[in-house]
Design a protein around this ligand. Structure first.
Ligand SMILES: O=C[C@H](O)[C@H](O)COP(=O)(O)O
Ligand SMILES: C=C(OP(=O)(O)O)C(=O)O
Ligand SMILES: [Mn+2]
Length: 451
């Protein structure tokens, strides 16, 4: 047992462990100054809302809700207009309506948003146009331009990421609490370039159905104005807790409960590349009261996963731990079952999500990092098959998507072809599903949910 296991947890004690995937900050004093500044800034979310998300996830752990966690691979400092945020929100709301309308299951909506800036990478360097450069690690670290100068880590960016996250949280709140997300407006969420497509028209029919249901309820004497659930929607925030100085600086002790909360987001997760049992990331995540996600890839062994559950959720609290399977479509049917069984036998009340993106990435002949829609769907289908066989709950999906009309993933009903990837390949990191592919996926997942 490590000496740390006996001591009380502290927000900075992860520093006694090895932290993988941290940038090499050229000026440690400048980083310290930024951390001190961040620690003085207001928290981005409040502990009460973190607890509400945990309660919602506890319902998913009991099989009573389905989680939709979605957003960019990496948020960008160059693209955070209210209109692109609105488009992101629209597609998430549309997908949730499709899932709930078709299956009757309530959907917990979580954005990869308002803090999803830092990226772990497989290799420390990349070659761009013949030049060898430090790999791009997200705008919270450096710029993505392919020059040595742009790729130098700059700690000031932690403050810029905080500022952008704060603005994003406030636009999100205005949209979700100010009428935009009212169910009676479900027609308005159809994005222009989606509306005339087959998926858009299929969605339109559902929005008509929602209207009819609302009229029916009003006709039965239910005062719809007073039903808050119809007018206010929660879209919780989440990101990978990768840059531990940023996370620790925004970790605060709740005066009521005396527990520590990472108030940079409602939920954070530990990635596939930083989930070492004796590493700094698990140590940090073990002590915060937030719901915590853990990516579970194809090399994970059942014993290791059970030990990670013990570290992250020793009290077996429903809604605390979210296991995000990202096996790849060709491995999910072989690898997932043993892990689900081991966790169940050990008695951890986790929520299982399927991330069908990160195990299915490849580089196209034309040099674009991409994913096939059919592989993504096949991994989700395999995930449902495994849970159905074991009698456990397929708790949700974790996706990289955007509300924009991009061409980053191949296939889908509009069939993006390899030759078209160059038309609108706008991501700064991994390829995202575009709005039509995302809606198409929601219809297909709804069919899996009701089967
Ligand atoms: O999600 C983002 C990760 O940084 C990414 O999947 C790793 O990609 P890489 O293998 O290109 O580094
Ligand atoms: C890096 C990511 O995933 P993973 O850790 O599963 O590779 C991610 O979700 O962006
Ligand atoms: Mn990614």
């Amino acid at each position: 047992m490590n000496a740390l296991d006996d001591a009380g947890w502290q927000p900075w004690d992860w520093q006694q462990r090895v932290a993988a995937q941290q940038p090499e900050w050229p000026d440690p004093e400048a980083l310290d100054a930024v951390i001190k500044e961040l620690a003085q800034r207001p928290a981005l979310v409040v502990a009460k809302d973190v607890d509400r998300l945990r309660a919602a996830l506890a319902r998913a752990a009991r099989g009573r809700a389905f989680v939709l966690q979605a957003g960019d691979c990496a948020e960008s400092f160059h693209d955070h207009s209210a209109s692109s945020l609105r488009a992101k929100l629209k597609i998430i709301l549309q997908m949730a309506v499709v899932l709930t309308y078709s299956s009757g299951v309530s959907v917990v909506k979580i954005g990869r948003i308002a803090g999803q800036f830092a990226k772990p990478r497989s290799a420390p360097v990349e070659v761009v146009d013949g030049a060898t450069l430090p790999s791009f690690r997200g705008h919270i670290v450096h710029d993505d331009a392919p020059t040595l100068d742009a790729r130098r880590p700059n700690p000031e960016r932690l403050l810029w990421a905080y500022d952008q996250s704060r603005a994003t949280v406030s636009v999100l709140r205005a949209l979700t609490e100010g009428g935009f997300a009212d169910l009676s407006g479900a027609h308005r969420w159809n994005l222009d370039f989606v509306a005339s497509s087959p998926e858009g028209q299929r969605y339109q029919a559902i929005a008509d159905g929602v209207d009819r249901a609302l009229r029916f309820m009003a006709g039965c004497g239910i005062d719809l104005e007073r039903e808050a659930v119809l007018h206010q929607v929660n879209v919780w925030t989440s990101h990978e807790a990768l840059l531990l100085p940023y996370e620790a600086a925004l970790t605060r002790r709740d005066p009521a409960s005396q527990r520590y909360y990472d108030l940079s987001a409602h939920m954070v997760w530990v990635g596939e590349r930083t989930r070492q049992l004796d590493g700094a990331h698990l140590r940090f995540a073990s002590g915060i009261a937030n719901p915590v996600g853990l990516k579970v890839g194809p090399t994970m062994e059942p014993d290791t996963l059970v030990e990670a559950c013990r570290i992250l959720d020793p009290d077996r609290t429903p809604g605390r731990l979210v296991l995000i399977s990202r096996m790849g479509h060709d491995a999910v049917r072989d690898r997932l079952g043993g892990l689900v069984e081991a966790v169940r036998e050990a008695g951890y009340p986790v929520v299982w999500l399927c991330d069908p993106m990160h195990g299915n990435t490849f580089v196209s002949q034309s040099g674009y990092k991409t994913r096939r829609f059919e592989d993504v769907m096949d991994e989700i289908a395999g995930f449902f098959e495994v849970h159905r066989r074991l009698g456990t709950h397929a708790g949700g999906i974790h996706l990289e998507l955007t509300g924009e009309d991009v061409t980053e993933c191949l296939g889908g009903s509009e069939a993006v072809l390899e030759s078209e990837l160059c038309r609108a390949y706008d991501t700064i990191c991994d390829p995202r599903l575009n709005a039509r592919q995302s809606l198409d996926l929601a219809f297909r997942v709804a069919e899996l949910l009701i089967r």
